[in-house]
Design a protein around this ligand. Structure first.
Ligand code: GLC
Length: 413
């Protein structure tokens, strides 16, 4: 209990970098990549252990693929990474003493987590560890819910893994738990105790909410919705519908524009975006991800001010508009115009006086008129100036914190 209160007291300080970071890369990589049919393939296709386990011997990644991931993350404007150290399949991507089912003792013959950690450090990215509590391979992974001895063994195994991960690799920034099946309470998982150990080993670490305790941040999955004000959150999203490597036609991958819009949504709600790549069996990055993330990075290089840093929640600016949407920093609004209207842009229902408007890139000011109902930006180019993704950001300075009220009716004169 005392430990939990300490964690609360230090939360704002521990999480400052994370809030500023906004954008991270999730990496799902394990034996399942070799089958290319989603990371749940073992369960969904009911593959028996002896058959699935053989994938450990044939897992032969190329040298140090994590350097490619980290290089791309950096280029994309991402500030941190989270990699699967062990997914539900139970295969450990590091050199562990807890089980021989690991990357050092089987096919790869290497500590893949160490390579990842080193790559993050080389490219100046913060480091997160994903760890699945659920384990389909461990003999007690399911029985632990029915048999106290099995539970004891499994919790010891789990804490042993977590202890190794947070002891052997230097400073780690994020502990990202996943699926806490089959134990039905944090008491059975001994989560408070486990997270106290985590913090003892890594006092600065940030912990997610999937060990059945709320901890530092919420993790909406495959949708972007702000949690209640004051609660940190990070939306985790697949790139093409599968976390693990699964081939998909180009149109099934999020477009550059879509990724930029996801970032805007997160930023508008003071949340983060953790966007996934599922490397191929040899560790190389799917071409679609490279192409789109490179473009997102180019866009962010110029427009980052609208996304990163100390944003204000747009709770009062969430009216939908046919032309775009806002992020906000105090009295400065950033209108991400993704459907360019031509020479004039009209934003209705703003309840604050506008002091100035300009293009975020280049800072050229924009003429405007404002009456009680409408802000009209004038003399704009006929086509969107942004050639990367067709998302041009307009910076609007308000005299007071802006609000937008549109309702469903029309203006009555
Ligand atoms: C889900 C899935 C899992 C994935 C995770 C990412 O819980 O079970 O495969 O790793 O979401 O958030």
């Amino acid at each position: 209990m005392a430990k939990a209160i300490d964690a609360e007291k230090t939360r704002a300080k521990r999480m400052k970098w994370w809030h500023d970071a906004r954008f991270g890369m999730f990496v799902h990589w394990g034996l399942y990549a070799q089958l290319g049919r989603h990371e749940w393939v073992m369960n969904r296709e009911r593959i028996p252990f002896p058959e699935y386990e053989k994938l450990a011997a044939t897992f032969k990644p190329k040298p140090r693929p994590a350097r490619d991931w980290a290089r791309l993350a950096k280029k994309a404007g991402m500030k941190y990474m989270v990699m699967t150290t062990k997914h539900h399949e139970g295969f450990c991507n590091w050199d562990t003493k807890q089980t021989d089912y690991n990357s050092a003792k089987t096919g790869p013959g290497r500590d893949l987590v160490r390579e990842y950690v080193e790559a993050c450090r080389e490219f100046g990215l913060r480091i997160g560890f994903y760890y699945s509590l659920m384990d389909w391979h461990h003999p007690d992974g399911a029985n632990c819910a029915k048999d106290e001895n099995a539970r004891r063994r499994f919790v010891d195994f789990t804490q042993g893994c977590v202890r190794e991960l947070l002891t052997n690799y230097g400073k780690i920034d994020i502990m990202w738990y996943d699926v806490s099946w089959p134990l039905s309470s944090p008491e059975l998982w001994e989560s408070a105790n486990m997270n106290a150990m985590v913090r003892e080993l890594q006092p600065h670490i940030i912990i997610n909410n999937r060990s059945q305790l709320p901890e530092d941040f919420g993790t909406p999955e495959e949708h972007i919705r702000a949690e209640q004000a004051g609660r940190a959150w990070e939306a985790c999203m697949t790139f093409n519908g599968s976390w693990g490597w699964q081939p998909a036609p180009p149109e099934d991958w999020h477009s550059t524009r879509r990724v930029i819009d996801m970032l805007r949504q997160c930023s508008a709600g003071c949340g983060n975006l953790l966007l996934n790549i599922g490397p191929k069996p040899d560790g190389s990055i799917p071409e679609e991800a490279t192409e789109r993330l490179t473009a997102v990075g180019k866009w962010l290089e110029k427009n980052g001010e609208a996304a990163y840093g100390a944003v204000t929640r747009c709770d009062n600016l969430f009216e939908w508009m046919p032309t775009g949407a806002f992020t906000l920093k105090g009295k400065t609004g950033y209108f991400w115009c993704s459907r360019w209207p031509g020479k004039e842009l009209v934003i209705g229902g703003l309840q604050a006086k506008v002091k100035g408007a300009s293009f975020l890139i280049g800072g050229k000011s924009i003429k405007f008129e404002q009456d009680k109902e409408r802000l009209i930006l004038k003399g704009l180019p006929a086509a969107s100036p942004d050639k990367i993704a067709g998302v041009t950001v307009l910076k609007i300075e308000f005299a007071s914190t802006p609000k937008q009220i549109l309702g469903a009716g029309c203006v009555v004169i």
